[in-house]
Ligand binder design. Sequence first.
Ligand code: PAF
Length: 283
Amino acid sequence: MTVLIGGIAELRESLASMRTTSHTSGSIGLVPTMGALHAGHARLLEQARRECHSVVASIFINPLQFDRDDDLKQYPRMLERDVELCSTHGVDLVFAPTAGEMYPTAPLCTVEVGPLGDHLCGRYRPGHFRGVATVVLKLLEIVQPDAAYFGEKDAQQLAIVRRLVADFNVPVTIVGVPTVREKDGLAVSSRNSRLSPAERALAPSLYQALAEAARLIASGVDDVDVIKDRASKQVPRDPAVRLEYLEIVDPEDMQPVPRITGAVCVAAAMWVGSTRLIDNISC
Ligand code: PAF
């Protein structure tokens, strides 16, 4: 049975009894989410369920990581449905705190992520990764899981979380879970539900651009500017679409590479109407 908990003290009590009753193989897995759960989250929950004795899913729309008020307001909220989905995936505890529970006062101490957060999405969403790193550290402190699961779709977020736990010696294993895609390649995301049918038809061009970059890299092209230029041409010239960035970066420090000499991550963000989509591909 899935138990829904909103309070930190109550959650800690339940986790303490979980830890003592499951002392044989009592690993706890955390799947942090902002709700509006979809097939990508289901993949995270499934993997956590397979690998851990107990699974905690957090559902918290973290105001600290939104750089635009309208984005925060529009973020889909569907707690009842989310809890049901967690229940079908065998989640033991859903932690769904209010903003007041997580931030009783505006936090004075936040996590600065440095150059890891300056490029890619960080350049266009000031403060976003400070908000993500701060809430992830709080969730890890509150739940104290053995493993925490994050989608590879948010490659920069995943790189930052890995570095966060290394820098703060947080005793948790960070597990990256592959992106789930629709048949036409579009990465599954809560934001896809905001696309009109016409916008939805344009959205897969983001993946097509990344796939073109991957194809060029696999064929031996090593000039980053050539790859970026040809990949970007996959995005149609349409007033509804705007490629915000397409960058080729080192998968660990997320810094742009001058030339392809080893493994890279091609990451991109694209606006379709008023919806911002992100995706990446490892090559
Ligand atoms: O990826 C997300 O949904 C969020 O950024 C996270 C990791 C739950 C932190 O709020």
